[in-house]
Design a protein around this ligand. Structure first.
Ligand SMILES: Nc1ncnc2c1ncn2[C@@H]1O[C@H](COP(=O)(O)OP(=O)(O)OP(=O)(O)O)[C@@H](O)[C@H]1O
Ligand SMILES: [Mg+2]
Length: 404
């Protein structure tokens, strides 16, 4: 497997998630008994496990890994983690390592189980441990991590951005002697939605045995129905009659709230034709965004419930004017952009620059967040086109691209 062959050995080989890398280094360097644990959580395939392994390697810790889904009950956890966390210092001299580093992966295997004892056992061990402990969760719901945030430094892992991922794929192609046709790697990057593992797997499966990787080889992968789950989630949110119902959809969805937020953000203009309704929905979404920001800053996760409520409030309130349309648009504009031709890219670049200038946002934000909205407004309200074009001083070419 190329994912194993190219698993990063050192922290500097991990792509993306710069903040998480800095945080783990600081935490590990300064760790003394009595300090809190370290909890990494985020979407699959983004390098959480790899980062912990690389950190152990770089700082010469002997890593003791366990998977929480294998040891669930209080007894099992205490039996496995207990001795390692207490006796770690004895092993230090013996192995020539700086010490032991305990890593409990997939801790979400314990969440929501009937045996709540498992979580309590981990909390207790975190309090008394003589060795640093790192936990990783592939969790979609931040709320589930609540019991651990008081005894851990919590760090969120993000999906890896397309340009960084693309560079990694190019490098693997170079090392494997594969000549990738222009656009082929961009397609893989686009589909992976920031999941490095699935991007590498897709690269391996599409290029196996071939020297040249063509775009046609990739096309077959598109048939895979990635957004099914998010589509279902979005449909249920739009169908909810009450706020409570909409909130329940989020709680029960497999998708993490950031993905739901992003998907709502991208799809609102397709759902609401009435500008007032659209504005209401976006207004609440932006309040939710502020709330998410506040949570990130203060780590006060009690606010999450309010943030999620805000995220869907506008949709429930504006529901009456929702279009009868359950077709959603994926992936987000940011991923689609990469696959386009060079000419189109330079047009998009112009649009992003002008939108960014007018609304005082970065080009990236303009591309990711604004461009789609402008395009859909022009599509739904042709009468607004001249006004928008004038405000943003688009060239004729850019305008006709948007209309197309
Ligand atoms: N940030 C990254 N930089 C380089 N390679 C990565 C990165 N993330 C993932 N990979 C590749 O994908 C493989 C799987 O990554 P890893 O197991 O670290 O992901 P994870 O975040 O722990 O996923 P999960 O949530 O499913 O446990 C690695 O072996 C490596 O090849
Ligand atoms: Mg992992």
């Amino acid at each position: 497997m190329w994912t194993e062959k190219y698993r990063p050995k050192s922290i500097c080989e991990i792509i993306g998630n710069e903040e998480a890398k800095v945080a783990i280094v600081k935490w590990l360097k300064n760790w003394v008994p009595g300090n809190e644990g370290f909890l990494l959580w985020g979407p699959p395939g983004t390098g959480k496990t790899s980062l912990v392994q690389a950190a152990a390697h770089d700082f010469q810790y002997q890593l003791i890994e366990m998977n929480a889904s294998d040891v669930r009950t209080e007894k099992q956890i205490s039996r496995v983690m207990g001795p390692a966390s207490i006796e770690g210092s004895l092993d230090k001299a013996f192995y020539g390592y700086r010490g032991l580093l305990l890593f409990v992966d997939e801790i979400d295997g314990i969440f929501g189980r009937e045996d709540h004892g498992g979580m309590a056992a981990i909390q207790k061990i975190l309090e008394v441990t003589r060795v640093p402990i790192i936990l990783a969760a592939n969790s979609t719901q931040r709320e589930a991590l609540q019991p651990l945030i008081h005894c851990c430094q919590v760090v969120r892992f993000q999906r890896v951005r397309p340009p960084v991922l693309l560079a990694l794929l190019k490098n693997i192609c170079r090392l494997e002697g594969i000549n990738a046709e222009e656009g082929a790697l961009e397609m893989i990057t686009e589909m992976s939605q920031g999941d490095v593992r699935s991007a590498i797997n897709d690269l391996q499966s599409t290029s196996s045995g071939a020297v040249t990787l063509r775009r046609e080889n990739i096309a077959g992968l598109f048939a895979r129905d990635r957004p099914a789950n998010i589509s279902e989630t979005l449909n249920s949110i739009f169908a909810a009659q009450t706020l409570r119902e909409a909130k329940k959809v989020i709680d029960e969805s497999d998708m993490d709230y950031e993905s739901i937020y992003q998907a709502l953000h991208d799809n609102l203009p397709f759902r609401f034709r009435d500008p007032e309704a659209l504005a209401t929905a976006y207004d609440y979404l932006s309040k939710a965004d502020i709330c998410f920001g506040e949570i990130k800053k203060t780590q006060d996760w009690h606010l999450l419930s309010y943030a999620l409520e805000l995220m869907v409030s506008g949709i429930v309130l504006a529901k009456d004017s929702a279009k009868e349309n359950n077709h959603f648009h994926f992936p987000h504009g940011r991923f689609v952009m990469l696959g386009r031709s060079r000419a189109t890219r330079s047009l998009l670049d112009e649009l992003a620059q002008k939108i960014g200038f007018r609304y005082h946002v970065s080009k990236r934000t303009a591309t990711e967040d604004y461009l789609n909205v402008v395009k859909v407004i022009m599509l739904n309200h042709p009468e607004q086109k001249p006004k928008i074009s004038e405000q943003l001083s688009f060239s004729d070419e850019a305008q006709s691209y948007l209309e197309g």
